[in-house]
Design a protein around this ligand. Structure first.
Ligand SMILES: C[S@@+](CC[C@H](N)C(=O)[O-])C[C@H]1O[C@@H](n2cnc3c(N)ncnc32)[C@H](O)[C@@H]1O
Length: 410
């Protein structure tokens, strides 16, 4: 088996096995000392978290610390944060990373992705000052780190994107027991913001609760650590797993109509699917804020198509703004809308992603998706982001003003 195969295997087995049988399979697989990756072992975390099985959860983190391919600096952080002993023999150096660990997560960018996370934690811990504004301090420290070097850049919603989020938070009504959900936690930056870090809101029982969903266990670990450093873990938590698997579990905990804000920042090509899942589970309250990042880069084509077309009872406003850390040269879009339950679909408003068969809609959608592929191809060939914007506007013509708001000059 290759690195990453364990993840696929146990994800598939989980569909048909109860958790105890799955755990037995997992235990015997681990006993065979396979070549494992963080994601392979982390696949057991969602089940442990859902069943509140702290003992097994601790065991998974212990295996991640001792068995998986972690750089030493990251191993130290994970073992410190989760309270497990690290394995000093599991040392991975720059030379071996590209040879012995080819295909493993650690080998991405020659191990730099992990190194960057370790350096981030060191930086935040070093510059942080305790006090009532500690959470905002963590936000500032993360941005400061990201701007230090070209290759320390972090894909977080900071700068103008953060201002847009603040605007939505400032206009939110009282929480009334509802939650704000973030899809894709990464290092916990926006999770802190959603928990009221910028306004130094106090951790009170009536405050908004925040739930971030994150598939990568390393990111989960760092995000939880940042929430602890910012003293917001009383309000905000991070759960491990893929959004599509976690949403049905979350509704059991929080109930229907419990979500007052969703910040989708994980994978643009899935935004429309996750929104449909939220609707199927009846999780969103009326007028819930839906905010989507990276709608242009890497792009959320079907979401844009569905939420901006004329005749829909919902309408996303799409903001064009500079990407954080791109020195004002890289354009991205964020989408914002107030949730209204979808009207029953008429024959002229078919669902594009589940197979349109009738003429006009199908032809338009096919054209749209094929042009989107061309746009993606252009991105890979490093053609400027302006071209990408123009292409998008060409294929989603109803996005032009006033739906697309330009705030590049601000
Ligand atoms: C752009 S980062 C999120 C940044 C974060 N929202 C912020 O502003 O601080 C995207 C994150 O989504 C996670 N992710 C990607 N696909 C996911 C999925 N299907 N389910 C859960 N998390 C996912 C990635 O591991 C990554 O950490």
């Amino acid at each position: 088996m290759r690195f990453g195969d364990g993840h696929t295997m146990f994800w598939a087995l989980e569909r048909g096995l109860d958790f105890t049988s799955l755990w037995l399979e997992f235990d015997s697989w681990v006993a065979g000392r396979p070549a494992t990756d963080v994601l392979d072992l982390g696949i057991m975390l969602p089940g442990c978290e859902a069943l509140r099985d702290a003992h097994r959860e601790q065991r998974v983190w212990q295996l991640i610390c001792s068995l998986s391919t972690l750089r030493r600096d990251v191993q130290e952080i994970v073992s410190g944060v989760t309270g497990n002993a690290r394995n000093p023999l599991a040392y991975i150096d720059k030379q071996s990373v590209g040879i012995d660990f080819l295909g493993a997560q650690v080998a991405r960018h020659g191990g730099h992705a992990q190194h960057k996370l370790a350096m981030l934690v060191q930086h935040v811990e070093a510059v942080l000052s305790r006090g009532p504004r500690v959470a905002d301090d963590v936000l500032e420290a993360i941005v400061e780190f990201s701007m230090k070097k070209f290759n320390y850049w972090l894909k977080v919603a900071a700068d103008v994107k953060g201002t847009l989020l603040n605007y939505a938070l400032d206009h939110a009504k009282a929480a009334q027991g509802r939650v704000r959900m973030e899809l894709g936690a990464y290092v916990g930056y926006s999770g802190l913001r959603l928990s009221g870090a910028v306004r130094a809101e106090r951790v009170r029982p009536e405050a908004w609760r925040v739930l971030s969903l994150e598939v990568d266990p390393l990111h989960v670990c760092i995000a939880r650590h940042m929430l602890n450093l910012g003293e917001r873990s009383g309000l905000a938590e991070v759960r491990t797993g893929q959004v599509r698997d976690l949403l049905p579990k979350v509704v059991d905990d929080f109930g229907q109509l419990s979500v007052g804000l969703v910040f989708m920042d994980h994978r643009g090509t899935r935004f429309h699917e996750e929104l449909r899942l939220f609707e199927r589970e009846a999780m969103l309250c009326t007028q819930a804020d839906i905010i989507c990042d990276n709608v242009l880069h890497p792009g959320a084509p079907v979401f844009l198509w569905e939420e901006t077309r004329p005749g829909s009872n919902r309408r996303a406003t799409v903001w064009s703004l500079p990407e954080f850390g791109g020195e004002g040269c890289i354009e991205d879009w964020m989408a914002f809308e107030r949730y209204e339950p979808r009207q029953p679909r008429s024959s002229s408003m078919r669902d594009p992603s589940i197979g349109v068969t009738k003429t006009k809609g199908a032809v338009q959608l096919l054209l749209f998706l094929s042009l989107f592929i061309v746009v993606l191809f252009q991105k890979n060939r490093q053609i400027s982001s302006n071209n990408r914007t123009l292409n998008y506007l060409l294929i989603v013509p109803h996005l032009k003003q006033p739906t697309l708001q330009l705030i590049l000059d601000q």
